[in-house]
Design a binder for this molecule. Sequence first.
Ligand SMILES: NC(=O)c1ccc[n+]([C@@H]2O[C@H](COP(=O)([O-])OP(=O)(O)OC[C@H]3O[C@@H](n4cnc5c(N)ncnc54)[C@H](OP(=O)(O)O)[C@@H]3O)[C@@H](O)[C@H]2O)c1
Length: 308
Amino acid sequence: LVVGEFGGPSALELIEVPMPQPGPGQVRVAVKASSINPIDLSTRSGALAAAGLVPRAPITALGWDVAGSVEAIGSTVSRFEVGQSVVGLRDLISAVPGAHATHVVLDESALAPAPRSATWAEAATLPLNALTAARSLDHAEVEAGGWLLVTGAAGAVGGFAVELAAQRGLRTIAVASAEDEEFVLGLGADEFVPRAELLAQPVREIVPGGVGAVIDAASIGIVAHEALRGGGRFISLVRPLAPPPIRGTTVVVQEVFADGERLGELVRLVEAGRLTLRVADEVPLSQASRAYERVAEGGLRGRLVLVP
Ligand SMILES: NC(=O)c1ccc[n+]([C@@H]2O[C@H](COP(=O)([O-])OP(=O)(O)OC[C@H]3O[C@@H](n4cnc5c(N)ncnc54)[C@H](OP(=O)(O)O)[C@@H]3O)[C@@H](O)[C@H]2O)c1
């Protein structure tokens, strides 16, 4: 699945390219499932290229999350063998094909064994957003017992962040739509605040002085920053939407990268029943344009997953 001229859903095109061959240290994966993430929509629309995050090229391939089986391995590959079930992250946007394809070649270091307890579609919802949530928590630097605010808590990154924070002993205030209250509290949030134009007051009623860190998965910027204590840490996921550091705060823009070892740790949490994988629907790769449209329309809970 590629885009030539950036634009709406009709800009997407399924093309045939030569079968990608794994080089040294690389693995070819026969893709069984690949989820559609917000970054795929930004790639298709041209927003990523406009931001200078993807080089302009005649075609740009889509898809980051991979669940599938190892089909071929390059020289020096030592951790995987043909036939093995894996999950992985394709983080080099300029590589063709991407993960929305029948086959993709990834570095061995980008892969982990697939969770045995998950379907292909469920497994495909893990890599991008769980890695992002885990790294965002590292950047937050909140000690056990400290307070964390997670916006967009019912979304993919936010949901994983709430679950991982609870496992680290953090106390979490989750911000999401009112209808998602029960869901995010079920993930392990300690407190719930419905999304609103101003968050400082309701959050500071729970934590006088403000929270120690914010993971802003809803990209609401300064509104969430107002709930942060002076000197606290603010984790943004979208560089242009990061607020400036004020009141002595530190603003970190988290940028995900493929990390098979870390992904392996997250896979073990899935197998232990400690991370929740959510699939909104499975759609054949041949209907990708319509699937992207459904994601753009919003309102989905869980990921839409493309199945070649
Ligand atoms: N830099 C990185 O490393 C990295 C990695 C992964 C993702 N990202 C980015 O991180 C963002 C989140 O990704 P995602 O996959 O978690 O997206 P997602 O699943 O769409 O979740 C976003 C959530 O934010 C909610 N939301 C929107 N506006 C809100 C507001 N004003 N207050 C509270 N909640 C609000 C949405 O709720 P509704 O659906 O009800 O509107 C949704 O539940 C995206 O922009 C994505 O591109 C960055």
